[in-house]
Design a protein around this ligand. Structure first.
Ligand SMILES: *[C@@H]1O[C@H](CO)[C@@H](O)[C@H](O)[C@H]1NC(C)=O
Ligand SMILES: *[C@@H]1O[C@H](CO)[C@@H](O)[C@H](O)[C@H]1NC(C)=O
Ligand SMILES: *[C@@H]1O[C@H](CO)[C@@H](O)[C@H](O)[C@H]1NC(C)=O
Ligand SMILES: *[C@@H]1O[C@H](CO)[C@@H](O)[C@H](O)[C@H]1NC(C)=O
Ligand SMILES: *[C@@H]1O[C@H](CO)[C@@H](O)[C@H](O)[C@H]1NC(C)=O
Ligand SMILES: *[C@@H]1O[C@H](CO)[C@@H](O)[C@H](O)[C@H]1NC(C)=O
Length: 394
């Protein structure tokens, strides 16, 4: 090999590294300070800020009564929490107001995004037909896209949609329903169901991509088997968790990571993060004192051995005096205190809890520049450089 062709190979190899580098910390196109990033929130009760208040469903599917909301909003909002939840913290860090539910009919122009999440929301429509499943929520995104296009024009609307973050929390409810009917399923049957859930989830992510979405934040499924509600219904004591549903969550989270890697390969400009809700919450459940909590097996609010059910809606529910001491507010949902720690980890945590980026990095990534009116697409830029080199090497 001659010296010059050797250098060419080195140079071409260096160029091959560019796609990785362009997603790295330093050479990424940075968001211009005057541009705000919208956040579009999809999911279940972990992200619902009151959409279910507007649905014709029973009280079990709602959280619009006391003591929900007692710590921060000082009134129930529909959040399954005593205060703010992870999407609220994400909004604060992104400098946008706390969420109103999308279904709230008071004026919203959606330039900051929208929250479509619905407690009980599933990926597979048939799993729970009475709340807003992922497909329904993506339909609402289309309504928002149409409205932005009508009010701001195509270019501005595309700028919001391309630079926006699509933040989702899905799967948990599908696995809770599956568990209630298939508790004896073998691991390969479980895996088959996980594949179906991930297959449908992927379909809707690709739909969002078609509408302009490029920046995705996936919160994975939490440690379902360790929730006070589960411990109570399976008569588990102490730190014991219900392993069946815990396995489903783990299988799902592995499949979710693989899905994201696949989509990054397949879809030009697709960027993502996975926030490890499972591990960050499980750490606090297993060792509450380390994170400033006193109790993680029993919820702050509810009835039964673990106060696992009925918060605010049975005549004799119990309520703790200081939710800050608890990891869980009700049997299935963390306290504001816990969510505030997780929200910070999502925003600026290290790659052991949010990978390959954290939300701050995803936020600052500029996909569409309105000034020159064209898309910045890392992979297209990188691959055009590579093919340029390939041609030069002939
Ligand atoms: C949208 O509403 C926000 C306040 O909620 C306001 O600051 C912004 O100017 C509005 N944008 C448009 C285009 O109306
Ligand atoms: C956006 O609105 C324009 C009219 O302002 C219309 O011609 C166009 O079809 C709309 N685009 C989409 C994607 O809805
Ligand atoms: C699971 O198996 C147990 C005992 O083997 C049985 O009692 C139970 O009915 C089974 N559950 C379902 C949903 O088939
Ligand atoms: C979506 O879910 C349905 C079950 O509701 C299943 O039959 C179908 O195979 C799933 N789609 C994919 C792409 O996995
Ligand atoms: C839990 O204990 C209660 C009362 O002791 C019993 O009725 C129930 O069947 C048990 N549930 C399970 C899943 O073992
Ligand atoms: C994240 O931000 C908070 C303040 O908002 C700060 O206290 C903390 O040190 C930051 N963590 C990292 C890893 O940068």
């Amino acid at each position: 090999m001659t010296e010059s062709s050797f250098l060419l190979v080195v140079f071409a190899t260096a160029l091959l590294i560019i796609p990785t580098f362009s997603l790295g910390k330093h050479s990424r196109p940075k968001l211009k300070s005057e541009n705000k990033v919208a956040i579009f929130v999809f999911g279940d009760s972990v992200f619902d800020v009151g959409n279910n208040n507007y649905l014709n469903i029973g009280i079990e599917g709602k959280a619009n009564f006391p003591p929900y909301g007692e710590t921060f909003f000082r009134q129930p909002t529909g959040r399954f929490c005593d205060g703010r939840t992870i999407p609220d913290y994400a909004a604060s860090y992104a400098n946008i107001p706390y969420w109103k539910p999308f279904l709230d009919t008071s004026y919203q122009n959606f330039t900051n995004g929208a929250n479509f999440a619905s407690a009980g929301g599933t990926v597979i429509p048939g799993d729970n037909p009475i709340t807003l499943n992922f497909g329904t929520q993506v339909g609402y995104l289309q309504q928002v896209a149409n409205l932005l296009n009508e009010t701001l024009g195509h270019t501005e609307a595309q700028k919001i949609l391309r630079n926006g973050i699509y933040f989702s929390s899905f799967g948990g409810v599908d696995y809770m329903y599956y568990t209630s009917e298939n508790e004896n399923a073998t691991e390969s049957e479980q895996l088959e169901f996980v594949t179906t859930v991930i297959g449908n989830f992927t379909y809707w992510i690709e739909e969002i991509y078609q509408k302009g979405g490029r920046k995705f934040a996936f919160q994975n499924v939490g440690p379902l088997g360790c929730q006070p509600e589960m411990k109570q219904s399976y008569n588990l004591t102490g730190k014991e968790c219900y392993e069946f549903v815990q396995t489903l969550a783990t299988l799902h989270n592995n499949a979710l990571s693989n899905m994201a890697i696949e989509l990054e390969r397949k879809l030009s400009g697709f960027t993502y993060l996975i926030f490890d809700f499972f591990t960050t919450l499980n750490d606090r459940i297993q060792d509450p004192a380390k994170y400033g909590f006193k109790e993680s097996n029993i919820a702050c609010c509810g009835t039964g051995t673990n106060r696992g059910t009925g918060c605010g809606r049975t005549t004799a529910y119990e309520l703790c005096s200081d939710p800050n001491e608890y990891v869980f507010f009700d049997g299935g949902h963390p306290t504001e205190s816990c969510y505030s720690e997780l929200g910070e980890l999502l925003w600026n945590g290290t790659s052991d809890v949010t990978w390959p980026l954290n939300m701050k990095q995803l936020y600052e990534l500029e996909i569409y520049s309105a000034d020159d009116g064209h898309f910045i697409d890392h992979k297209v830029i990188a691959s055009s450089l590579i093919s340029h080199q390939d041609i030069a090497s002939y």
